[in-house]
Design a protein around this ligand. Structure first.
Ligand code: FAD
Length: 631
């Protein structure tokens, strides 16, 4: 029989980004024996790459800021499709979560009078992002890891063992959740290095696996973001919502091919960089939508004056919201006015002196020099949209982070969960989301484990199936190559379910995904179990595939354009669609899609908005209810 290492925990957290670490700390503080599992090295997660900061209405820089203003901004950003209760908890609890990080040893940048400094960001009415230079994510991860080490030191004192109550398993990939009836009983996976199998028996599991970007050809996401948590949730009976909503960041690298998609920070445009097409035209002036007309400059001269005199001039159109800029770049390329590598030009070399560029954008200078052999002080960069963040995810109870659907004992937090950001996420709201809902998930996973009278058991049969499924690609000879399949999947998603969507292409994508599903069932990997990336990818493929099917199906179903979902054939927002969440579940191995009403905002929350603003989003029926409240 195949050897399987076994471990027993009260709470198992899958994912070691911000959400996972915060959840694990909370479960351990509740006295639970907790494991943290991560696919990559400990400390290497998307959280560490975040630059801008964490949004929290502390009111340190502008005292008019408070949770109600943050709540409004978040709902507007998500075009009112957000789960209102999550947005409310997030706005109310973020400041405490940031303060708490300082008690763990974080040191945020300061205002002159010694308060935590806060910076401006798109969509936030007041300066709100707590930050540490442009390395906020690094400080967040560093601090959370340090807190874990300090808890381990306490356990060493008490039990003589650092890992008595909290242990990290890095480079360990979970491939299967195991159930006892409808209750979570454990998680099964393999060590990447040795290929040996491991079973974690636990009554409560927190998913904190991050995003899905690797299903797209062009993405800012790194290799491990294959939607594992989304797929694990689906296969255990949980549901996903809002999977049609993906955020495409307007500026990723497009050349050389090996680095295509790597993020080019928004600060490049914030500091004066301009976008040009192959004819040399600053094309963004042609793409200012009517709703934003008043706030954006109409001439290059006015736009240029804004950098030094923002009070008397309007913003350059390069600084429109991300979805607008990404769509504009896409249109220019499609119209044949793109750069040689299929993007557009982003130029700072003609805007600032070489010294200033190297000082203000040091990491961009090095990134282009080293990866593309482009000197951005002398040449323009080539950039294009890149798949960046998934708003959709595991449907959860807003207060407890418990997954919806038939499964019990499963919790989800961070990017893998859905609802919080509606159809579009504001910058900075992810880092705060991780802290708020990571904590809640850890707390409720712990109390769920406490309340159980009997421990769910992993069945031998289920374990054998998990082993067979994991070994299948190695035992199958002459099957499909995993890398070819991944490339084809990425092409289908990028070309047919990308930034601009059309009915015919979406229908086509579903046919192509069904074909790919048959081929993925026949995938084979050469070599053995010791460090074998081809085998790992073969196992990731089925996750990418099922998650992509949810996205394509939901994108076809939603006949409107809202936030991160743009339909060329239905170009406007439609109030009746705002009331609909599209919920994905699995029926056998078929993806099922259902309409479910978006939860109604409570009266005191809806009254935070003006009627005129609500009229842009709500149906007449909902407005009549609002009027009745106001009377
Ligand atoms: P992650 O930090 O993504 O961590 C996921 C963890 O799950 C990893 O440890 C991974 O190894 C593990 N995992 C995945 N699958 C498995 C499996 N099968 N088995 C075991 N472990 C698994 N947001 C902001 O708010 N502000 C910013 O400035 C910002 N900048 C960004 C810049 C870049 C380049 C990127 C890519 C994203 C940025 N974001 C930003 C978004 C934000 O960083 C992420 O949304 C957020 O960090 C996600 O955190 P998380 O804890 O949910 O997951």
């Amino acid at each position: 029989a195949t050897r399987i290492e076994r471990h027993h925990y009260d709470v198992v957290v899958i994912g070691a980004g911000g959400a996972g670490l915060r959840a694990a700390i909370e479960a351990r503080l509740a006295g639970k024996k907790t494991a943290i599992i991560s696919k990559s090295l400990f400390g290497k997660a998307h959280t560490v790459m975040a630059e801008g900061g964490a949004a929290a209405a502390m009111g340190n820089v502008n005292s008019r800021d408070n949770w109600m203003v943050h709540y409004r901004d978040t709902m507007r950003g998500g075009k009112f499709l957000n789960n209102f209760r999550m947005a409310e908890l997030h706005a109310k609890e973020s400041p405490s979560r940031i303060w708490e990080l300082e008690t763990y040893g974080a040191l945020f940048d300061r205002t002159k009078d010694g308060k935590i400094s806060q910076r401006n960001f798109g969509g936030h009415e007041y300066p709100r992002l707590a930050h540490v230079g442009d390395r906020t994510g690094l400080e967040l991860i560093r601090t959370l890891q340090q807190k874990i080490v300090s808890l381990q030191q306490e356990d060493k004192r008490e039990f003589g063992d650092y890992e008595a109550r909290i242990r990290v398993f890095q480079e360990t990939t979970i491939t299967e959740l195991l159930l006892d009836g409808n209750k979570v009983a454990g998680a099964f996976g393999y060590y990447r290095e040795s290929g040996e199998f491991v079973l974690f028996e636990a009554p409560a599991i927190v998913l904190a696996t991050g995003g899905v970007g690797k299903s797209y050809k062009v993405t800012s996401n790194s290799w491990e973001y294959t939607g594992d948590g989304h797929a694990l949730a689906l296969r255990s009976g949980a549901t996903l919502i809002n999977m049609e909503f993906l955020q495409f960041h307007p500026t990723g690298m497009v050349w050389p091919p090996s680095v295509k998609g790597i993020l080019v920070t928004e600060s490049v445009r914030g500091d004066g960089g301009v976008l040009k097409n192959s004819t040399g035209k600053r094309f963004m002036f042609d793409y200012v939508p009517d709703v934003f007309r008043k706030q954006y400059a109409e001439t290059e001269e006015e736009a240029d004056r804004w950098y030094t005199d923002p009070d008397n001039n309007r913003r350059p159109p390069e600084l429109l919201p991300r979805d607008e800029v990404a769509r504009a770049i896409n249109s220019e390329v499609k119209a044949g006015r793109g750069s040689p590598a299929g993007g557009v030009f982003l130029d700072v070399s003609t805007r600032m002196s070489a010294d200033v560029i190297r000082k203000r954008l040091p990491s961009m200078y090095h990134q282009f020099k080293e990866l593309a052999d482009v000197d951005i002080t002398k040449q323009a960069m080539e950039v294009g949209p890149t798949c960046h963040y998934v708003m959709g995810g595991v449907e959860v109870d807003p207060d407890t982070a418990a997954a919806a659907g038939t499964v019990q004992g499963l919790f989800a937090a961070g990017e893998v969960s859905g609802g919080m950001h509606g159809s579009n996420r504001l910058g900075g709201n992810s880092l705060s989301d991780l802290l708020v809902f990571g904590k809640r998930a850890g707390e409720h996973a712990a109390s769920y484990a406490d309340a159980l009278t009997a421990r769910p058991k992993v069945s031998t049969r289920d374990l054998e199936t998990a082993v067979e499924t994991a070994l299948a690609p190695l035992e199958r000879d002459g099957g499909e190559n995993p890398y070819t399949l991944q490339q084809e999947l990425q092409t289908v998603m990028g070309d047919l379910v990308g930034i601009i969507r059309r009915k015919g292409e979406l229908e086509d994508s579903l046919v192509r995904l069904a074909e790919l599903r048959d081929r993925v069932a026949k995938v084979s990997a050469t070599g053995g179990r010791k460090y074998n990336p081809g085998w790992h990818l073969a196992l990731d493929l089925r996750n990418m595939l099922v998650v992509s099917e949810c996205t394509a199906k939901a994108a076809l179903e939603r006949e409107e354009s809202r936030g991160g979902h743009t339909r060329e054939d239905f170009p406007t927002m439609r109030p009746d669609w705002r009331r609909v969440n599209l919920v994905c579940s699995l029926d056998g191995d078929k993806v099922r899609l259902e309409h479910k009403p978006v939860p109604r905002m409570r009266a005191e929350l809806i009254q935070l908005f003006d009627r005129a603003e609500l009229a842009k989003y709500l149906t007449d029926e909902e407005l009549a209810e609002f009027d009745a409240l106001a009377e």
